[in-house]
Design a protein around this ligand. Sequence first.
Ligand code: BDR
Ligand code: CA
Length: 322
Amino acid sequence: MSQQGAAAPRKIIIDTDPGIDDAMAIFFALASPELDVIGLTTVFGNAHVDVCTDNAIRILDIAGRADIPVAQGAGRPLAMPYRGPADFVHGVNGLADVPLPAPSRAPHALDAAHFIIDRVLAAPGEITLVPVGPLTNIALALLLCPELPQHLAGMVIMGGNAFVGGNASPAAEANILNDPEAADLVFGADCPIVMCGLDVTERTIMSSEQIAGIAAIGNPRAQLATQILPYYRDFHLSHGGPDGIHVHDSTCISYLLAPQHYQAVHHPVRVDCGQSVGRGKTWPATRHALSAEGWKARRAVTILTEVDSAAVVALELERLAR
Ligand code: BDR
Ligand code: CA
């Protein structure tokens, strides 16, 4: 069949801390011909970074994509100690404590920040960064290469909470609370940024019934999903969540594939880097963007505020079955 007229797939690098929902997002992207995953970079977060790196390689092995490079990144935040693994959410091994084969290979020779810079400068204007963990690697790349934003197609970030409460503290979302200083730097980058925060991810629900239905899908990606998702669902159930899971990291992928299922507002964003109860809160300048010190030099971020949950979950499940 002729490919004439077909849009080239969008090149993305997923910066990730796998993580159960990270695994789902990676599978979602790999099964989507609209996207070309040119690399994974890993960061501490849901687990220690070496665990996350092993998991990223395992996830690619399971998907039959050992050709995709994995570059290991930061093991701790920029300016504070690591808060520690979220084993009560993702398991000690980051993937629901399911026993998994050893990763097939070592990570890339470059660390995550240098890998990002290398790939972006080699394809100026073509690459979208998709960070779904703490923003440390992206901040390090920006510090090493301040002109990086002008060479990016943009960033689609899972993190933050604009108009709702936090999930890791009353104020803050987990990825941002894991490195507020990095997040504040990244939200100030001069390139198109989309914030997929709790405003939409906690309203995107994959139900227990839908999770149970994945067992009928025969491919290895779905088989891993069947093993790991119940652990994540049980965390939600035991913490007053839905009878199902919040779809966090996959929101970046569904936004890239089907932005028509989302609504957004556009405001500059700062991150609370103080040492008090508000630490890690993402603050949109909704009323004083042009005059407020600290916000006014910043470009507006596209902050997702509404989602057609049924449509984006159906899209993810359809791709999982491919
Ligand atoms: C985010 O925190 C992590 O636990 C998840 O993987 C997701 O990236 C949700 O707050
Ligand atoms: Ca994550």
